[in-house]
Design a protein around this ligand. Sequence first.
Ligand code: 5GP
Ligand code: ZN
Length: 112
Amino acid sequence: MENCIFCKIMNGEIPTTKVYEDELCFAFLDIEPLAPTHFLVIPRKHIASAAEIDGDTAAVVGHIYEVIAKLAKEMGFSEGFRVVTNCGADAGQTVHHLHFHVLAGKQLGSFN
Ligand code: 5GP
Ligand code: ZN
């Protein structure tokens, strides 16, 4: 997808710190971390948001959660972690390529 910063990160046009990659997804550190550990996991396929997940794309979301569980074990998030996907304007989505924030390393505040 042209002009998508996350597609550009994946294809190396924008530098990043990679955390993990496989044939279906890519994970990298958030540029403005909100916790001691804050990375994003994205599908390789450009999907605009969680609102676009359908029967064809649901499997990659399951795979991403499997990857997150594996990384959480490897990174030793023994006290827990949070997975968040912002969808649309009211949720404050700023990049329109589906992404899952993974936050860990501090007590995270409750939602309101
Ligand atoms: P959203 O607000 O859409 O849920 O999250 C977008 C996230 O992408 C934000 O946390 C923001 O810091 C991160 N971000 C935006 N541009 C870049 C970038 O160029 N590189 C990296 N690593 N993260 C970015
Ligand atoms: Zn994209």
